[in-house]
Design a protein around this ligand. Structure first.
Ligand SMILES: Nc1nc2c(ncn2[C@@H]2O[C@H](COP(=O)(O)OP(=O)(O)OP(=O)(O)O)[C@@H](O)[C@H]2O)c(=O)[nH]1
Length: 392
C-alpha cells in the first residue's frame, strides 16, 4: 500500500513533470512562467526532503523542507500575480517565507509540537491559495478570452484552501490526528496524497493563463501591423468580409477608402527609411482622430492604407475622407523637405458586392486620383464624381 514516503516522492515526481511542461513555454517569455518553474523546483526539493525526513538531520527535515515548501507556494503566487499583470510586493513575500520558517523552528526547538507546525503550514498554504484565487477572480471582468481557465483556478484554490483549513481543524480537534508527518496511518496518507496534487494543479492553472496570453499575443501580432499598430492586411480581409455581410443584412452600406501616400519614395530617398517609418506611424495614429471608433484603419502594405466605414453613405464617407485630406496626418509640417500628401479612392458597397469587387472599384478611384495629379479624393460612382483639391 502507498505510504507517506511514497506519497511525497510521487509529489516530487509530479513537480518534475510540471517543471518540464512549463519549461516548454518558457521561450515565450510570458511574465510569470519563470516563477512557476521556480515554484516547482522548490516543490521538488521540499517533497524530497519531507520523504527522507527520517534519514536526514532534523534541520533539513523540518526548517529547510518547510522553507522550500512555503517558497514553492510563494513563487507560484508571484507567478500568478505576474501572469495577471498585478503588482508584486517582494518584502511581503520574503516576510511570509521568513515568518513561516521561523515559526517552524519555534515549534520544533522551543515548543516541539507537530500540531502547531501543521497549523503554521496549513494556514499559510490556505492563505496563499486564497490569494491566488482572489488575484485570478479580480481579472474576471474584462477577461478578453474564455473564462474557463479562471473558473478552473478559482475552484481549485477554493478546494485547496478548504482542504488546508479542514486539515488544521481536524489536527486540532481529532484525538486520533497524526503525531508526525511521516506517520503511515490511512488518514495521513490520504491527506498527503491529496496535497501532492496541490502544486501541480496550481501550476496547470498558471499554464492555462500563460497559454491565454500566448494566444492573445499571437493574435495581436497577426492582426496588427507591427510598425503602425493599424489592422493588418490579413485582419482587413476578415473584417471587410464580415462587415460587408453585415451591411447587406442591415441594408446600410459599407464605405471603403483606399489611401496611398504621394511622394513617399522621394521622402524615403531624401530623408531615410526612419523618416518614412515615422510618417507611416504619424498617419496611422493621427487618422484615429479623424475617424469614428467603429471605423477600421488597416495597412495593406508599403504606403497603402484602407479604411472600412460601416453604416456609412456617400455623404458621410466624403466628409471623413475630406477631413483626412485637409488634416493630412502624414505631413510633418515643420521638418519634411518633401511634401507628402494623400491620394484617396472611395467606393460604397452595393447589395451584390464581394469585398473583391468593392476593392476593385476603390482601387480604380485611387488610380484616377493619382492620374489626376495626386493630393485628392476621387469617389467611384457613375452618378457622383467627387474631385476635391486641397489647397496646398
Ligand atoms: N520607410 C518605409 N518605406 C516603405 C515601407 N514599405 C514600403 N516602403 C517604401 O515605400 C515606397 C512606396 O513606393 P511608391 O508607392 O512608388 O511611392 P510614392 O513615391 O508614394 O509613389 P506614388 O504613390 O506614385 O506617389 C517604396 O520606396 C518602398 O520601399 C516601410 O515600412 N517603411
Amino acid at each position: 500500500m502507498l505510504g507517506t514516503k511514497e506519497a511525497f516522492l510521487i509529489a516530487a515526481l509530479l513537480c518534475f513533470v510540471m517543471f518540464l511542461v512549463v519549461y516548454s513555454v518558457n521561450e515565450s517569455r510570458v511574465d510569470g512562467v519563470r516563477e512557476l518553474l521556480l515554484g516547482n523546483v522548490f516543490g521538488m526539493a521540499a517533497y524530497i526532503l519531507y520523504a527522507f525526513g527520517k534519514e536526514l538531520p532534523p534541520l533539513f527535515a523540518f526548517e529547510v523542507a518547510n522553507a522550500a515548501y512555503i517558497s514553492a507556494s510563494a513563487a507560484t503566487l508571484v507567478g500568478y500575480r505576474r501572469l495577471t499583470g498585478r503588482a508584486i510586493h517582494p518584502p511581503w513575500i520574503f516576510a511570509l517565507v521568513a515568518a513561516v520558517t521561523a515559526s517552524i523552528a519555534l515549534f520544533h526547538y522551543v515548543v516541539d509540537s507537530f500540531t502547531l507546525r501543521t497549523l503554521v503550514v496549513s494556514l499559510s498554504q490556505a492563505g496563499i491559495a486564497a490569494a491566488i484565487g482572489l488575484t485570478v477572480a479580480s481579472k474576471w471582468r474584462g477577461w478578453p478570452s474564455s473564462r474557463y481557465p479562471l473558473l478552473f483556478i478559482i475552484c481549485m484554490c477554493a478546494i485547496i484552501a478548504g482542504g488546508h483549513l479542514f486539515r488544521s481543524v481536524a489536527q486540532l480537534l481529532d484525538g486520533n490526528a497524526p503525531r508526525s508527518l511521516l506517520e503511515p496511518t490511512g488518514w495521513n496518507v490520504l491527506i498527503l496524497s491529496a496535497g501532492a496534487f496541490m502544486l501541480p494543479v496550481l501550476t496547470l492553472g498558471g499554464l492555462l493563463l500563460a497559454h491565454c496570453t500566448i494566444v492573445a499575443v499571437a493574435e495581436k501580432a497577426a492582426n496588427h501591423d507591427f510598425l503602425t499598430g493599424a489592422w493588418s492586411r490579413r485582419a482587413f480581409f476578415d473584417i471587410g468580409t464580415r462587415e460587408l455581410e453585415r451591411a447587406k443584412r442591415s441594408r446600410s452600406p459599407l464605405a471603403l477608402l483606399l489611401i496611398d501616400l504621394d511622394n513617399f519614395k522621394a521622402l524615403n530617398d531624401a530623408c531615410g527609411h526612419a523618416a518614412g517609418d515615422a510618417t507611416l506611424l504619424r498617419l496611422a495614429s493621427a487618422s484615429a482622430g479623424a475617424l469614428r471608433s467603429i471605423d477600421f484603419l488597416a495597412r495593406l502594405g508599403g504606403d497603402e492604407f484602407a479604411v472600412l466605414m460601416p453604416e456609412t453613405r456617400l455623404d458621410g464617407a466624403l466628409a471623413a475622407a475630406n477631413r483626412l485630406l485637409q488634416q493630412n496626418p502624414a505631413a510633418d509640417q515643420l521638418n519634411s523637405p518633401v511634401p507628402v500628401t494623400l491620394s484617396i479612392g472611395l467606393a460604397i458597397s452595393h447589395d451584390d458586392d464581394t469585398l473583391h469587387s468593392l476593392m476593385q472599384r476603390a482601387d480604380k478611384a485611387l488610380y484616377a486620383a493619382k492620374a489626376q495629379g495626386r493630393n485628392r479624393l476621387v469617389a467611384e460612382s457613375s452618378l457622383f464624381q467627387a474631385r476635391q483639391m486641397v489647397e496646398s
